[in-house]
Ligand binder design. Structure first.
Ligand SMILES: Nc1ncnc2c1ncn2[C@@H]1O[C@H](COP(=O)(O)OP(=O)(O)OP(=O)(O)O)[C@@H](O)[C@H]1O
Ligand SMILES: [Mg+2]
Length: 396
């Protein structure tokens, strides 16, 4: 089986599998040269050589029964990824496909460009997963034990204040101190960069959770989370394309957080730099809200407005925690002065340090990349507000 996905990715082959000859020829034609048609998986399997292959399954595979055979193949072989093209989309089909490890579900008639993009996305994740350590997300089973996770939302009314740095590092430290899973949700739905900051290539995102809102059981959720191996943090990634953000409103987000908090110890949520329905819903349902402010006048001005808004919304002051980022002596603002201006005391001071962009650019958490740095120390102290070092693992 030769050929490639084009676009300079000749190392990944494409196979079209469908029992119906017309369907598979049509799909193969749409995919262009290099896509090899097969009548069944049984015909294809003996031809697998270890070279990564994206399988495009035709409509004859678009049923829960057929997909269970696909699941076996996908579990057994890390060099194979699959998408399915169905006559009709349904929640049942989506769920069966997700369980089977299928990367994308498209409907007939399928647009050639859409098909090529789905194949290309799958090829990318295949390359990443073949290059990375063994797959299997979230090692242990996820079980709900009746105790709910503490939900911590990281917010700021200023872009670039350091929300994502704080959220990712806090989640990593909390994971080190928790016996149950720690989940990090990227609720910056248009421009989320948690996955990039932790060097993850998510196969599923929050959009998949929205398409199965009525059946978010732990097992299903587990399949949507991607594990940050160095820390064990489980990430629910932001949509891969900004356009998908529209599909997620406050109600959807709250349902997802509620489902996740049933089986983990902490849910940390990263947010965009503005109030919208989703952010307001998150703030309302959170046990704690970290308000991140940089140490300059525009930051302080915006955070002051943010605080006023939160007060107008009757957000209990006890759950707000001010985190002053880039708080060191070299800037001309004094912490005490900032606290007086904002009318709230800082509970965490994070110094400015080049280790932060260095870690970010490597896709690593600062607390793991530069554990001895003052920034790492400040993140550990911040985590101490919620999970003391060496203290009891539960804290509510
Ligand atoms: N304490 C710090 N010292 C040095 N650089 C920092 C620090 N905190 C954050 N940065 C840098 O600032 C940039 C913005 O940080 P981050 O992405 O966390 O902000 P954000 O609030 O999430 O931004 P956005 O609103 O765009 O989502 C990052 O590239 C990071 O490297
Ligand atoms: Mg961010």
């Amino acid at each position: 089986m030769g050929g490639g996905t084009g676009g300079g990715r000749a190392s990944v082959a494409v196979a079209v599998v469908d029992a119906d000859q017309t369907s598979r020829s049509k799909l193969a034609m749409q995919l262009g040269q290099g896509a090899t048609p097969f009548a069944s998986l049984n015909d294809l399997v003996p031809r697998l050589t270890g070279q990564p292959v994206v399988i495009v399954l035709g409509p004859s595979y678009a049923s829960p029964n057929e997909l269970s055979a696909v699941e076996q193949l996908l579990t057994a072989r890390r060099d194979v990824g699959a998408i399915v093209v169905a006559e009709q989309l349904s929640t049942e089909l989506f769920q069966a496909a997700l369980r089977a490890g299928i990367k994308d579900v498209l409907s007939i008639p399928v647009d050639s460009q859409q098909l090529a993009e789905a194949v290309s996305r799958t090829a990318n994740t295949l390359i990443a997963s073949v290059a990375a350590a063994p797959a299997a997300p979230a090692g242990a089973e996820l079980v709900a034990d009746g105790e709910l996770a503490r939900v911590i939302t990281v917010f700021s009314t200023k872009g670039g204040a350091g929300k994502s740095v704080v959220a990712t590092n806090l989640a990593v430290v909390l994971a080190q101190r928790s016996s149950k899973p720690v989940v990090l949700i990227d609720a910056d739905l248009q421009f989320g960069d948690v996955a990039v900051m932790l060097k993850l290539s998510p196969q599923h995102t929050i959009v998949d959770a929205v398409s199965a809102l009525d059946r978010l059981d732990p097992q299903f959720l587990k399949d949507l989370l991607i594990e940050h191996k160095p820390s064990g943090v489980l990430v629910l990634a932001a949509p891969l394309e900004p356009a998908f953000a529209d599909q997620i409103g406050a109600a959807e987000m709250m349902t997802i957080v509620e489902a996740l908090r049933a089986f983990c110890e902490f849910v940390v949520v990263d947010t965009p730099a503005y109030f919208n329905d989703v952010v307001l819903g998150l703030i309302e349902m959170s046990d704690d809200v970290l308000l991140v402010a940089g140490m300059d006048i525009p930051n302080i001005k915006n955070v002051k407005i943010g605080l006023q808004t939160l007060r107008l919304l009757n957000t209990p002051i006890e759950k707000l925690h001010l985190v002053l980022n880039r708080a060191n002596s070299k800037v001309k603002l004094d912490v005490g002065e900032v606290e007086r201006t904002l009318g709230i005391q800082a509970e965490s001071l994070v110094p400015s340090d080049v280790v932060v962009p260095q870690a970010v650019n490597k896709g690593e958490a600062v607390v793991l990349n530069a554990p001895k740095s003052a920034v790492a120390k400040s993140m550990e102290d911040l985590a101490g507000l919620f999970a003391p070092v060496g203290g009891p693992k539960r804290r509510r």
